[in-house]
Design a protein around this ligand. Structure first.
Ligand code: COA
Length: 189
């Protein structure tokens, strides 16, 4: 039975596993790329804002997550100082990717100060669990008075694009690398 709970330190390895396995066995990255994903897309959130991170728990194992930064400026300051420099060791292209990975979220930070990543292991897809993670996060951010949240995904990631549209996100911008979606948060969520 899968339930949703707050992230705990013991979930760290599971969260990393989900991070590089959520696209299915054909898309599992090599070791270094996996490490790069953890550094660029996971570690800030679980290390600095665990209170804004939730996992899908199946018998004690985290099989999916939604991890969030509630304030873009705070995120960017710490990310650029502590995480981006580590990308140097993953090669020039990856460094470039990490240094531009959050440009869209920055553009929309006034209306949508929070942003998140959501990933679930393939065997748990399409059971409504992604939607439950979204509503858990929204209820949590509503209580904190956060007015909006955004995210980016690959513009050709049909699964993700459909997912965000289904749950009421609006397309804010689209370019070759990123589709950026946002949603306002109602205080009575
Ligand atoms: C995107 C993701 C989080 C969705 O989670 P989920 O639990 O499967 O989503 P839900 O069951 O709540 O919602 C399913 C909806 O998502 C969309 N969707 C999911 N899988 C899809 C697929 N293979 N093709 C097209 N649309 C799909 C549809 O809108 C679907 O609604 P429907 O079943 O009524 O057609 C999950 O597929 C995932 O982790 N994918 C891999 C990682 C990823 O792409 N993360 C987001 C990138 S930013």
């Amino acid at each position: 039975m899968v339930s949703i709970r707050k992230y705990e330190e013991k979930d760290r390895d599971d969260v990393h596993f989900v991070c590089h396995n959520s696209d299915g066995p054909e898309e599992v990255p090599d070791f270094l790329t996996g490490q790069f994903y953890h550094n660029t897309f996971c570690n800030y959130y679980i290390e600095h804002e665990p209170e804004n991170c939730f996992v899908l728990d199946d018998d004690g194992r985290a099989v999916g997550y939604i991890i969030c930064a509630e304030n873009f400026d705070r995120f960017k300051e710490i990310f650029d100082r502590d995480y981006l420099p580590l990308s140097d060791s993953f090669g020039e292209d990856r460094y470039e990717w990490a240094s531009t990975a959050y440009n869209a979220q920055e553009k929309f930070k006034d209306e949508y100060p929070a942003h998140f990543h959501v990933d679930i292991l393939p065997e748990y897809h399409r059971m409504g669990l992604g939607g439950k993670l979204i509503s858990t996060l929204f209820n949590h951010l509503a209580e904190k008075g956060i007015p909006g949240v955004c995210l980016t995904c690959g513009p050709r990631n049909e699964r993700a694009v459909n997912f965000y549209k289904k749950y009421g996100f609006t397309l804010l911008s689209l370019d070759h690398d990123d589709a950026c979606f946002g949603k306002k948060i109602n205080k009575t969520q």
